[in-house]
Design a protein around this ligand. Structure first.
Ligand code: UDX
Ligand code: ADP
Length: 467
């Protein structure tokens, strides 16, 4: 089949998805010029920073790719007009948070940024342009993008004959912390669309490093729904294992043993069975709430309730952890020092969106605890912003610690919320000397080995471990 040869790509949105995805495309396709644009000039400046430690996102392996490609065939820019007008293919990779007000507030996705991007594309594009939705979007958003593109051109009659568009859906399945590996060795690439030539053009880009049997082509709506469904299934697994973790604590079983036992069944599989403080990240909660909203909209309340329970269980898990801390510390944390180890929503990322650490920390601050927070990658500005988004009844007292040892100074308890490598195999005998006795370790990520705290005088509570 004849296909359009793509020479120039523009990506709108230089975030956690756009940045790494375009870096890998530029790396794998040296003949294609890739321009990533963003309205946030500071973010673009950070992507262009000579010191690769200042890239706006931390992702293992990303700095090496940037050093190979930036300035060669990968460019970060704020010049929307130029970057869009020269592109044969435009990826839309902007934020789609849950709506905070209006119809569908708390559930539906806010598509303001997608809509604004589509309008920019309609205004500046030239000739035939393939528009690819990369952001996670509710089913049938491609239709909305198509409408915007068509209507905006119609309004501008002068250019009507010179602009045409094909819209594709190409959802992203990368997980933060392993994004580069996920992009370089994807389980599958999913492309949804109606225009065979446009689909072929995108397939040809991926064929530079992905085998054809891993590229799945579907219609637009199946592609959009598959992304929501995949994330909902993954999140459901976490809520399932977390529900069983509480059951283990109540009955004397051990969640790690149970996870291993059930995971050896090939039909269940052993991935995504780590119990923890609940799922965070920008996608899971947002996508499920979206599914809940759409199920309600399409008259399927039972389906909506079913998926909503996955989110409710996740919040419950976070609340139950802070309540256990409270209970073990004689019913009050008022005036007590608590060290928090790990603030990002998972290891190997500086992203804190929907991090369980935020909710749990806020509950403890509300109870009057003093928190000393250590995370190897999250900045103090990020923590401040996360706390500022919550309204507190009491004044909150927290500080960022620069090391584990500093966080544990005089602490009555330490709460491990992210499984960073450096939290494993700690010398608890040494660390115990900094803490105020009786002191507790609350381990929500199975980081501490019970053997390691023998003879340290510390008490250990492990999520999912019954006594
Ligand atoms: C997820 C999907 O994995 C990815 O395919 C999609 O494109 C975006 O959303 P991400 O949110 O980056 O990726 O990370 P993921 O590894 O899926 O973890 C999400 C959350 O679940 C984290 O808070 C993590 O700690 C938690 N989790 C994951 C568990 O608690 N237990 C597990 O076994 C796995
Ligand atoms: P994701 O995790 O989906 O990549 P991020 O919030 O990390 O989400 O990134 C989305 C990026 O999109 C942000 O840097 C934001 O400034 C950018 N953005 C949003 N709307 C527009 C727009 N209309 N034009 C250009 N960039 C945009």
């Amino acid at each position: 089949m004849s296909s359009i040869k793509i020479r120039k790509i523009c990506c709108i949105g230089a975030g956690y998805v756009g940045g790494p995805t375009m870096s890998v495309i530029a790396d794998k396709c040296p003949d294609i010029e890739v321009r990533v644009v963003d309205i946030n000039k500071e973010r673009i400046a950070a992507w262009n920073d000579n010191d690769l430690n200042n890239l706006p996102i931390f992702e293992p392996g990303l700095d090496q790719i940037i050093s190979r490609t930036r300035g060669r065939n990968l460019f970060f820019s704020s010049d929307m007009e130029k970057s869009i007008s020269y592109a044969d293919m435009i990826f839309i990779s902007v934020n789609t948070p849950t709506k905070t007000k209006g119809l569908g507030a708390g559930k539906a996705s806010d598509l303001s940024w997608v809509e604004a991007s589509a309008r920019q594309v309609a205004q500046y594009a030239n000739g035939h342009t393939i528009v690819v939705e990369k952001s996670t979007l509710p089913v049938r958003t491609a239709q909305a993008i198509k409408e915007i593109l068509k209507t905006t051109i119609r309004e501008n009659q002068k250019n009507e004959t010179t602009k045409t568009f094909s819209v594709l859906s190409n959802p992203e399945f990368l997980a933060e912390g392993t994004a580069i590996n996920d992009l370089e060795k994807p389980d599958r690439v999913l492309i949804g669309g109606e225009d065979p030539q446009a689909i072929n053009a995108l397939v040809n880009i991926y064929l530079n490093w992905v085998s054809s049997d891993q590229i799945i082509c579907t219609n637009l709506w199946s592609s959009e729904l598959s992304k929501l469904a995949a994330n909902a299934f993954l999140a459901q697994r976490i809520s399932s294992i977390n529900s069983i973790s509480a059951f283990c604590e109540a009955t004397g079983a051990d969640i790690k043993e149970v996870a291993k036992a059930i995971g050896t069944d090939k039909r269940i599989g052993n991935q995504f069975l780590s119990a923890g403080p609940g799922f965070g990240g920008s996608c899971f909660k947002k996508d499920i709430l979206n599914l809940v909203y759409l199920s309600g909209y399409f008259g399927l309340p039972e389906v909506a309730n079913y998926w909503n329970q996955v989110v409710l269980l996740n919040t419950w898990q976070q609340d139950r952890i802070y309540k256990i801390v409270l209970e073990k510390l004689f019913g009050t944390v008022n005036g007590k020092n608590i060290a928090i180890l790990g603030f990002s929503f998972k290891a190997n990322t500086n992203d804190t969106r929907e991090s369980p650490a935020i909710r749990i920390s806020c509950e403890l601050l509300e109870e009057g605890a003093f928190l000393s927070i250590y995370d190897p990658k999250v900045s103090i500005e990020r923590m401040k912003e996360d706390f500022e988004n919550h309204s507190f009844d009491n004044p909150m007292i927290w500080k960022m610690a620069n090391s584990i040892q500093e966080a544990l100074q005089n602490a009555d308890a330490v709460l491990i919320l992210t499984a960073w490598d450096e939290f494993f195999g700690l010398d608890w005998n040494y660390l115990a000397s900094f803490m105020r006795k009786p002191a507790w370790i609350f381990d929500t990520r199975s980081v501490v080995n019970r053997e390691e705290i023998k003879n340290t005088g510390l008490n250990l509570w492990k999520l999912g471990e019954g006594t």
